[in-house]
Structures are given as C-alpha cells and as structure tokens.
Design a protein around this ligand. Structure first.
Ligand code: FAD
Ligand code: SIN
Length: 536
C-alpha cells in the first residue's frame, strides 16, 4: 500500500461504515479499512432488531416520547425527532439493499417489543437481525467498483494538521485520512482522503465482561480524542441486563447475549428463590429501561450474595420459542447445554453499549473539519443518559445517510482541491521491544478495575481509585508506545487505557445519578447542576 489516496476513507465495516460507503460510492472513490474480517463487528451480532415507528398504532411522536423518557432528561429533542421520523425510510432502504426481515402471517413486517418501548416497533430477522443486515451490506459493497475494502487493517491514528510540515499547516483543524497498520508489511501506511468517516463502533472491551466482539476497544474514540475532537457522555456505558452467565474461568471473549426481545416475548426474571423481583421495582417490570433492570439484578446479587439471576421463558410454548429465537435456542443448547424451553437461563448484566462518543452535529460532522462520525462511536444526542433498546442500529443508518449527504456536498463544493503534502508515519528511534510481557497484562488489569470500580454502581471513592491506577498504567503504556514499533496489540492497549481514563473523568464530573450513571454518593438527579452533556 504505497501512499494510496481516496476521495473518502471509511474506518469500520459495520452498519454505519458500509451503508455510508454504499451511499457515496457512485460518485466518489471509497476506501474502507476494517481491523479484522469484513463482517466482524457488533452489527453482525445484533439480535433484537431495529426500532422504527411503522406499526398501525404507532407514530414517530410515540417513538420520540419513549426515547426521551429513557434518555433521562438529556437526550436532544431535535435529534430524537429527526431519527424517529427518518426511521421508516431507513428500514425500506435496508430492504432495498437486500435485508429480509421477519414477516407476520399477512406479509407485513413482524414487530417485536423491547424494554422502554410503549409499542411493538422492533423490525427484526428472528433473533439474528444484525447478521442479516451485515450480510446484505457486504454483498452490495463487495460488488461495487468504487469501493476498495482492506481487511485486517487497523487504523492507528487520524491524520490532521498536527501531522503536516509547518509550511503546509493550514489554519483550520482538518482531517486528511488515517495512518493504518499494514498486516503484510507490519508497517504503518498513510491512507489519505478528502473526507473521513469514523465508524469504529464501541468500547465494550474496556470492561472484562461484555457482549461486544473483540474489535470493540474504543479505537475511534481514542483516535478522535488524540486528534483533538470533542467527546461527550462517556460515563453512560449501558450494561445489558441479560448476558448468559458462565463461571469466571470459563468465560469467553464475548459474553453471549440473551436478547431483550426474549423478555418482550414474555420471559420473566427470578432470583435464586424463584421470586420475580422486577414487579416491585418498575411499572413495566421486566420491560423497564435497561438501567433499571440492570441495577435491580445487581441489587439482587448483592442482597443475596448470588452470582446471577434467572431468565425464565419456560411458560411459553417450546415451538414458539424455537421459531422466534432460533439462534439463541441453538447456541444455548449446543454450546452451553441449556434448553431454554425447559429450564431458566442464568444471566448477569454485561457492558454492552457506549452512549457517549465523538460529538457530531446533525450532519454527522465532528468538531474536526472533514472528520465525520456515525454509529456507536458517535455522540449525536439521541440517547442522552441511556439508550432505548434497538435505537442504535437505527441511529447508525440515519446518521450514515446524513454523513453521506454532507460529505458529498463538501466534496462537490471543493472540487479540484489538492491534499497537502502529508508525511509518512515516522517511527525513527523506535525498536521492536522485548519487554511486551511487562505491559501485556495491563489490558486485563484495566478491564478488571473498570469492572470493580466503574461498573453499574459507582462512588467517588471507587472512581478515584480507578483514576489513580489508570494514570499509572497509561503512563507506562505511553512510555512504551514512544519507544516501540507499532503492533495491533499495542495500539488497542493504548486506546483502551486512554478511553478508560476518559470514562472515569466523565463519571467523576457528574456528581449526581442519571440514567446509566449511578453513584451512591449522589443518588439523586440534580437538574440544576447536571442537566447537560459531559464534554471532554
Ligand atoms: P460496529 O458494527 O461495531 O462496526 C465497527 C467496525 O469498525 C468493525 O468493522 C471493526 O472491525 C472496525 N474497527 C474498529 N476499530 C477499528 C480500527 N482501529 N481500524 C479499523 N477498523 C476498526 N443495537 C440495536 O439497535 N439492536 C440490536 O438488536 C442490538 N443488538 C446487539 C447485540 C449485541 C451482541 C451487541 C454487541 C450489540 C447490539 N446492538 C444492538 C448494538 C449495535 O449492534 C451496535 O451499536 C451497532 O451495530 C454499531 O454499529 P457500528 O457500525 O457503529 O459499529
Ligand atoms: C437485544 O437484542 O437485547 C439488544 C438490543 C439492543 O442492544 O438494542
């Protein structure tokens, strides 16, 4: 890869990246880099579906109300409205690209129900919606002559003015592509572009127990932060209430999710004594917003000293369960030896979705010119302090479409512009270090301490502890970084360390409890002081 240049660079091949690439590729050359195989993304594992107000008794207004209610008072009403209104058209677009969603007997789309939604509005493909969407998008992108996809190609850093030689440094703060790790040469190459879309997904792997695939190491947030972009609301990590429980030593890289749609279908939560506890906690019981359910489970675990609670769907007909949840049924049966039609499923909360991220406007542009962001890495204002279930796939396609419109406009208006002279990656003075073993375990240490101190229930004491330890680890990693040749492991470790610190910084600043951020020191909402985003 020697100094290739595209009109547009896309970093990530989940729903946000691929749908954007398809939107812009007719008129522009598009390079898509993705750090593993093309399908490896959170999108590919999405289960429940995509929220869109298309049912006969539903409306964008009701979708707006539910989203704002879940968002804990700081979701942006303008953004919520536009997402809810643009939702149905986005579903049609995905179908035109080849996604086939489950239908009811009458040939209408079958609509599921999930926590916090007042209506059935979840468009889905049984319980493997993400795979259906990702496969359709990959099929389209693969056949497109203007899209070049680079697999196993990790973006290391965004190229901005700070990389230009002084004589070429324009006044504006602009993005010109990225430096990426070339898996064949093990060197870092320059991929320049007139516009860049960051769509690297989330940061679940900052925590040990997560539903996210291993690609979710906060790379996009860390790169944007290093480039000087503004980020916000990283304290709002959503813990999904029902990840399959396995004993610590048997845990895998990705906790297996039991979709919220299973609760929407009628499953109930019970403690070890067989008692339903959600009915005492919230009027929507098991279908209360996720923060409420996750905290209630955490409370049961602390109260009784139990490792997990039970999700029980056995009162439903076995055939119906298998029809609605074929993937979950099969996986539980074959991989974990649990027959969900006959026995309850052991579940615990796990880190699932980052509501905060790179601040973008309604055109999906970040605070850096020509750097756009969409999908989980972005903070659009839709979720506020808590995300409504199945709103993230929707948000990703809505803002990818908006990014496509604004990128095309920006490039058309600056036709003929030349990119400045951008230097190659400079690794002089670094060497292939031998002491990787010294920091190799830092990743696990960070994940553990984030679990202990920055989990579902927080306090100043816990957060301060996390902060002190993270400062030390980040210092070590940074020191190593500047002396050592780049490797994917090191890039991820550095990103995990940096975003962990940002999460803690945001959490320490919010001296109240709101949505997903709950601290025992300030258990109440404080609208007077904190009804706003936490910006870093
Ligand atoms: P992703 O789909 O995660 O894609 C990110 C891409 O960026 C990947 O291709 C990755 O390899 C690449 N990447 C990352 N870092 C780099 C780097 N440094 N260089 C190059 N490439 C990089 N949401 C819903 O709305 N409904 C659901 O039913 C639902 N179910 C879910 C179930 C599970 C198990 C999980 C984990 C999440 C679920 N979510 C769901 C959340 C939703 O799937 C994600 O928020 C959404 O898919 C994010 O899409 P994305 O395109 O932003 O990122
Ligand atoms: C699920 O299926 O429970 C996940 C839905 C989501 O994260 O929105």
């Amino acid at each position: 890869m020697s100094k290739p240049s595209f009109d547009i660079l896309v970093i990530g091949s989940g729903i946000a990246g691929l749908s954007f690439a398809l939107d812009v590729a007719n008129d522009y050359s598009v390079g898509v880099v993705t750090k593993k195989e093309r399908w490896e993304s959170a999108t590919n594992y999405a289960q429940g579906g995509i929220a869109a107000a298309i049912g006969p008794e539903d409306s964008a207004t009701l979708h707006v109300e539910d989203t704002l209610e879940t968002g804990g008072g700081i979701a942006d009403p303008e953004v919520v409205k536009l997402v809810a209104e643009e939702g149905p058209a986005q579903i049609r677009k995905l179908m035109e690209w080849g996604a086939k969603f489950s239908e009811s007997g009458e040939g209408e789309l079958e609509l599921g129900r999930e926590g916090g939604h007042s209506k059935h509005r979840i468009v889905h493909k049984a319980d493997y919606t993400g795979k259906e969407v990702e496969t359709a998008l990959i099929r389209q992108a693969r056949d497109h002559p203007n899209i070049t996809l680079f697999e196993n190609t990790l973006a290391v850093d965004l190229v901005t003015d700070r990389h230009l030689r002084a004589s070429h440094r324009p006044i504006s703060k602009r993005c010109y592509g990225a430096y990426v790790y070339n898996p064949n040469t093990h060197r870092v190459d320059l991929l320049s572009a007139r516009a860049t879309l960051l769509c690297t997904g989330g940061m679940g792997h900052v925590w040990r127990h997560t539903t996210n695939p291993p690609i979710a190491t906060g790379d996009g947030a860390a790169m944007a932060w290093r480039a000087g972009a503004r980020l916000a609301n990283l304290e709002f990590m959503q813990f999904h209430p029902t990840a399959f429980y396995t004993e610590k030593d048997k845990r895998r890289e990705r906790a297996f999710l039991i979709s919220e749609a299973v609760r929407g279908f009628g499953a109930v939560l019970r403690n070890h004594r067989g008692e339903r506890f959600m009915t005492d906690v919230h009027k929507m019981a098991e279908l209360a917003p996720r923060d409420v359910v996750a905290r209630a489970i955490d409370h049961e675990r602390m109260k009784w000293g139990i490792d997990h609670v039970w999700l029980d769907v056995t009162r439903k007909k076995a055939d119906d369960i298998k029809t609605h949840f074929p993937m979950i049924y099969e996986t539980l049966k074959t991989e974990f030896g649990v027959d969900m039609t006959q026995e309850p499923i052991p579940v615990v909360p796990a880190a699932h979705y980052q509501c905060g991220g790179v601040i973008t406007d309604t055109d999906a542009e970040s605070t850096i010119e020509r750097l756009f962001a969409a999908g989980e890495v972005a903070m659009t204002g839709l979720h506020g302090a808590n995300r409504l279930a199945s709103n993230s796939l929707l948000e990703a396609v809505v803002f990818s479409t908006r990014a496509a419109v604004s990128v095309q406009k920006a490039l058309a208006e600056s036709k003929g512009e030349q990119l400045p002279d951008i230097p190659e990656w400079d690794d002089t003075g670094t060497y292939d270090a031998e002491e990787w073993v010294l920091i190799k375990y830092d990743r696990k240490e960070i994940q553990k301490l984030m679990g202990y101190y920055v989990g579902i229930v927080r306090s100043d004491l816990r957060l301060e502890r996390a902060k002190r330890r993270l400062e030390l680890i980040t210092e070590e990693v940074e020191d190593y970084w500047w002396r050592t040749k780049v490797s994917p492991d090191l890039v991820e470790l550095r990103n995990i360390a940096q975003v962990s610190r940002l999460v803690v910084e945001c959490a320490l600043r919010r001296k109240e409890s709101r949505g997903l951020h709950f601290t025992t020191d300030y258990p109440e909402v404080d609208d007077r002081m904190y009804k706003s985003d936490t910006i870093v």
